[in-house]
Design a protein around this ligand. Sequence first.
Ligand SMILES: [Zn+2]
Length: 160
Amino acid sequence: MVASKLSAMSLLLRSSQIHSVGCYTTSAIPSGAKVVEYAGRKITAAQGDELYEGLEITYLFGLEDGKHVIDGNGMAAFINHSCDPNCETDEIDGRVWIISAREIAAGEELTYDYNLYDGEAPDEAPCSCGAKNCRGSMFAPEEIKRLKKLSRKQPAKLAS
Ligand SMILES: [Zn+2]
């Protein structure tokens, strides 16, 4: 895969139909391009939990080691989730890149699938991306299954 890096100048933030603010491209992007780095401070997952305790919105990106997160402070932190995304993410040497999953036209909002994990309830991260295949949640499909099982077990626990 030849990944050409786009100029950050071709991205802009403006209000989004999906959620608050979104990240848009002003130029066409070929498939498989490194669009933008998920830039930010690398901290431990515990530090991340502390930092955003009680807040609804976080800008944390979990790294593959399961122990560290990136506290996003760049354009990529504003990219919204979609169940039918035009980008995917890839961790390369400890850095996270947003990579175009298909050709993207100028003016399109960039999205990727958050595939969230470590939730507490299935309805904790609802999705309203509007995609035909929207699964109604930003959790990863396996995580939704785990959380649903968990929430079925809880009433039994309370009764005992
Ligand atoms: Zn969705």
